[in-house]
Design a protein around this ligand. Structure first.
Ligand code: NOJ
Length: 546
């Protein structure tokens, strides 16, 4: 019996609509394409789909620059297609999340077009406008990707603020009309049946209303928690207390339309800041993405520390989110080698820990980053920073041209990998490895990464202990031998997971009562459950019920 709300035990698959499946052979993925692949996602075992934005947009940031929150970009389809998508997801017993870009609109949104017209336009205050200090911007706030966040508009001789790129002006949430306009958007899609939203850069939604300068630091490169960078502490433009209040208001809006609705925030900051968005009584966002797995190391100590930290910081009823990649990050398989054995043990970890795993499309087949020079980037971030020499980018470990992780999904080994027909021109080139790395051939190979994902997802669906249990880390495997062992516990049942992160064989004496092998990765199912011999990079799941 399932006791927890669905979102606490779900598994999420992220679809980047432009790159997933093209149904009309214009080289651009679309909504009908996604519908045609829902059975694939369902058969894999995922329970929830999050779709990056497909709303009307000039596509300057591929949909993260919305010009009409109620419209659909024609190359992706129309509203009937979206309604059909929601229905088709629900018919399969799955859930669907949309991507709500509340922080900013496109510069082409009619709201901004009006706002920039004159200083006394009724929509002027919908965005953040200020006079400069002489020729200089109103204050020292930097945009998240670098450079001043302020942009001069000579029509009215004032500056507008954009947390991200200049064509993405920030909305002013101190203005109650803005808030209610955006709440209407949320209500509209909830009433159409969506199960919740992923919230884009929610931590930047409020800026200090006194416009105080950020204090300086010596830190140039952004810190991992993005609390400072570009020589300043981002005290006044990010993670403002008003954002927490907005999270709670949004929660109420969602609850009114769909009491089971999910809000998952893209938020950066210290654990303490992140937690404040969740509310102390589960009255804020349901979850936020956690980023510790982005810069991973293949060793037990790393993965153990992540568990220790998430368990300490996000104990029940909080739900940690385990994510290796998304449309802004280098692909997992490129980060780890690429080594098929690593991909499998990482999946074993991700689907057996306590929390919600999020998989970026293609991760399940070990898709690799496309290798593109930033000079011809289609990604606006790549284009903006194309002047930085590749050698420096690689040395600093930056990921600047996001085209790499957005290449078309590799469905089969035909030309264009089954993403679009052979004679169409995909919007980004298909990765050259598509003949060996693709869904069709991996489905046919029992030992593929894809089949490990499938096996794990199906086991997790059926196993209440893995879905709902608490987690404790076993000290016997304290990471020193590169073994990680943890137990999930639910009522009187337990499941034990042991993973060998070492390049050597390891022994593990199993003193727990979990002796029934449920799943193995990189090793035979027939072993001695009392004493395991783990080959390099392998793992096992053991249950205690028969
Ligand atoms: C974060 C999104 O994930 C990214 O793709 C986008 O460019 C920025 N927010 C701006 O919306």
């Amino acid at each position: 019996m399932v006791n927890k709300p669905w979102w606490q035990t779900t598994t999420i698959y992220q679809v980047y609509p432009r790159s997933f499946k093209d149904s009309n052979n214009d080289g651009i993925g679309d909504i009908r394409g996604i519908i045609s692949k829902l059975d694939y996602i369902k058969d894999l075992g995922f329970e929830t789909i999050w779709i990056s934005p497909f709303f009307s947009s000039p596509q300057a940031d591929w949909g993260y620059d919305v010009s009409d929150y109620y419209g659909i970009t024609p190359e992706y389809g129309d509203r009937t297609d979206v309604e059909e998508l929601i229905r088709a997801v629900h018919q399969r017993g799955m859930r669907i999340l949309f991507d709500l870009v509340m922080n900013h609109t496109s510069i082409e949104h009619p709201w901004f077009q009006e706002s920039r017209n004159s200083r006394d336009n009724p929509k002027r205050d919908w965005y953040i406008w200020r006079s400069g200090r002489g020729n200089r911007p109103p204050n020292n706030w930097m945009a998240i990707p670098g450079g001043s966040g302020w942009h001069y508009d000579k029509r009215t001789d004032q500056w507008y603020y954009a947390s991200f790129l200049p064509f993405q002006p920030d909305l002013n949430y101190y203005n109650s009309e803005v808030k209610s306009a955006m709440f209407d958007v949320a209500r509209y899609w909830l009433n159409k049946g969506v199960d919740g939203f992923r919230l884009d850069i929610f931590h930047s939604i409020f800026k200090d209303n006194q416009f105080r300068n950020n204090p300086s630091t010596f830190r140039y490169l952004p810190t991992d928690d993005l609390s400072s960078g570009w020589f300043q502490k981002w005290d006044y433009n990010l993670n403002r207390p008003e954002a927490i209040v907005l999270a709670k208001e949004l929660r109420e809006i969602v609850d009114d339309s769909n009491p089971e609705g999910l809000l998952i925030g893209e938020v950066y900051g210290s654990d303490e800041k992140i937690k404040s968005y969740l509310g102390d009584r589960n009255d804020g966002l349901n979850m936020v993405f956690l980023w510790k797995l982005d810069k991973l190391e293949i060793c037990a100590r790393f993965f153990r520390n992540v568990l220790l930290e998430y368990e300490a910081q996000y104990p029940l009823p909080y739900t940690p989110v385990f994510v290796y990649g998304n449309h802004d990050l280098r692909r997992l398989f490129s980060k780890i080698g690429p080594d098929v054995r690593f991909a499998k043990i990482l999946a074993l970890y991700q689907f057996t820990v306590r929390g919600v795993p999020v998989t970026y499309y293609g991760e399940e087949i070990g898709m690799l980053d496309g290798n593109f020079s930033a000079r011809n980037a289609r990604d606006p971030m790549g284009a903006r920073f194309s002047w930085i020499p590749d050698i420096l980018v690689n040395k600093l470990g930056f990921y600047i041209n996001r085209d790499g992780c957005r290449t078309p999904m590799q469905w089969d080994n035909t030309d264009n990998a089954g993403f679009c027909s052979a004679d169409a021109q995909p919007w980004l080139p298909v990765h050259q490895d598509y003949e060996s790395i693709n869904v069709k051939s991996e489905l046919a190979c029992p030992d593929s990464i894809l089949n490990v994902y499938k096996g794990l997802l199906h086991l997790r669906r059926e196993n209440t202990v893995l879905r709902e249990g608490t987690l404790d880390i076993l000290d016997e495997a304290d990471g020193s031998h590169n073994l990680l062992a943890y137990r999930r516990n639910y009522k009187h049942e337990s499941v034990l997971v042991v993973i060998n992160f070492s390049d050597r064989a390891r022994e593990f004496k199993n003193v727990t009562k979990c002796k029934r092998v449920l799943f193995t990765v990189g090793m035979d199912k027939q072993g001695n459950p009392e004493e395991f011999d783990f080959p390099p990079y392998s793992g096992v799941i053991l249950g205690d019920s028969w």
